[in-house]
Design a protein around this ligand. Structure first.
Ligand code: EPZ
Length: 422
């Protein structure tokens, strides 16, 4: 297993290109199952999760070609030859559950392994299933698989109110509704930019959708969808992650493709902490106002609130802030596993349930640390760049799921970071 060696360095200065969004691409790719026509995705990120989704779709009979060094994905599922999403793939990546709605909507049946939990929580899929049941699906859970059928081979439109916001369940229901008979209204739907991106792609394919980006999405089912070419939206989590690099290390970095509207609540917390974010013709420029940032409190919420996927990275910044910060994680039940690793680097963090209290220290110290999940791994790298001495981050396969060429992007701004093949 590879690890990453980071030597604490001074200010970072340079330019970082931001890739297409992993969490948009992982829901756009299954949309190919809804149509017999080709779907081409541009600005695709080059990540291991995308390769896993490619394998899954190919196992179902879809054709997926990765072109232009992975930046373009050419997908087509003229026919779904296998309607079973196997546990061995699904357990590697929970987003695999997103093939359920499209297969059920297209062919009236599907068998998908239950994804199982992951490091940050149990991650149930009950809302996905309840939304599909509201649309007429008959579901039988046995042997660790979801056996799904649509009576008469077609789902029917329904009004479904999510008891709480779920990104994946909204995506599954949205895709399924595009081919259902009649009108579907999804209430308390997720508002994430990845949902908006999916709706725009589906509309290009011929779907009739209104309200994406608000809490109520209305879909008028159609008999069939066509093909489309669609650019994957910028990755707001990669963007926010790299915005924190100059905030933690000092200096000034321009994030190419960055957009304020994708990271509104995050920018508000950065501003409160004393970090300048300015829009440029190419993206966003970030630098901190003074030598040290101020402590700020953070509460994670569904979009447009502060994203849970930036909580670990923000904690790394607050470990060296002036004062005491409280981070409240309201989305996942176990998403502070980066805290013990940051404590190994000299951070002062007290975790109690969903709250982490961080007392800023002058400087962190390099140490051997272990990545536990995707976003925790990159928060350790951010902390290591600002620490004194050397840090080795192990188990970086977590990192490669969601960040392409992280060493190269940071080296280009002056970071002393390299990958050690393991
Ligand atoms: C998506 O996961 C993202 N993954 C996650 O990013 C992100 O953290 C999350 O949304 C929240 O923004 C992808 O898009 C591939 P949810 P998802 O359904 O859809 C509970 C990353 O680092 N819940 O909005 O699984 C769930 O356990 C990943 O890129 C149910 O109880 O998230 C969680 O506590 C991590 N039942 C909360 O709701 C359900 O049926 C929100 O989950 C579904 C979810």
């Amino acid at each position: 297993m590879d690890s990453i060696l980071v030597k604490g360095n001074g200010a970072l200065n340079g330019v970082i290109p931001i890739a297409g969004a992993k969490n948009a691409c992982l829901t756009l790719m299954p949309a190919t199952l809804l149509s017999e026509e080709p779907l081409t995705l541009t600005n695709a990120p080059r990540l291991s999760d995308i390769r896993t989704m490619t394998q899954l779709l190919q196992s179902l009979g879809a054709e997926v070609a990765s072109l232009q060094d992975g930046l373009v994905l050419a997908l087509s599922s003229h026919k779904i030859s296998n309607h079973t999403a196997d546990y061995d793939i699904v357990r590697k990546m929970r987003a695999s559950i997103l093939v359920l709605g499209p297969m059920l909507a297209r062919d009236g049946h599907a068998i998908v392994s239950l994804p199982g939990g992951c490091a940050i929580g149990a991650r149930p899929v009950d809302l996905h299933l309840r939304a599909l049941e509201a649309m007429g699906a008959e579901l039988d859970l046995r042997d660790g698989y979801i056996h799904a059928k649509a009576p008469g081979g077609r789902l029917r439109g329904a009004v479904f109110a999510f008891p709480f916001v779920s990104v994946g369940a909204t995506e599954n229901a949205l895709m399924a509704a595009t081919l259902a008979k009649g009108t579907t209204v999804l209430e308390n739907a997720a508002r994430e930019p990845e949902i908006v991106d999916l709706a725009r792609c589906l509309r290009r394919m011929g779907a009739q959708i209104e309200g994406e980006g608000t809490s109520t999405i209305t879909i008028q089912g159609v008999d069939r969808l066509g093909g489309a070419t669609h650019p994957v939206v910028t990755d707001r989590i990669e963007l926010g992650t790299y915005m924190l690099a100059p905030a933690i290390c000092g200096g000034e970095v321009e994030l190419l493709g960055g957009r304020i509207d994708l990271v509104g609540a995050f920018c508000e917390r950065l501003d409160a902490a004393g970090v300048n974010v300015t829009e440029t013709a190419r993206g966003l420029k970030v630098s901190r106002r003074n030598g040290r940032v101020n402590a700020v409190d953070v509460v994670t919420e569904p979009f447009p609130g502060f994203p849970t996927d930036l909580q670990a990275q923000m904690m790394a910044l607050l470990c060296t802030a002036d004062g005491v910060s409280v981070l409240e994680e309201k989305i996942f039940e176990n998403r502070f596993m980066h805290a013990p690793e940051l404590i190994r680097m000299g951070a002062r963090i007290d975790v109690h349930g969903g709250h982490a209290t961080v007392t800023g220290v002058d400087r962190l110290r390099g140490a051997r640390v272990m990545a536990t999940d995707l976003r925790a791994s990159v928060s350790l790298i951010l902390a290591a760049m600002a620490a004194e001495g050397e840090t080795v981050v192990s188990r970086v396969y977590h990192l490669d799921r969601g960040y392409e060429r992280v060493e190269e992007k940071l080296q280009a701004c002056g970071a002393h970071i390299q990958r050690i093949a393991g």
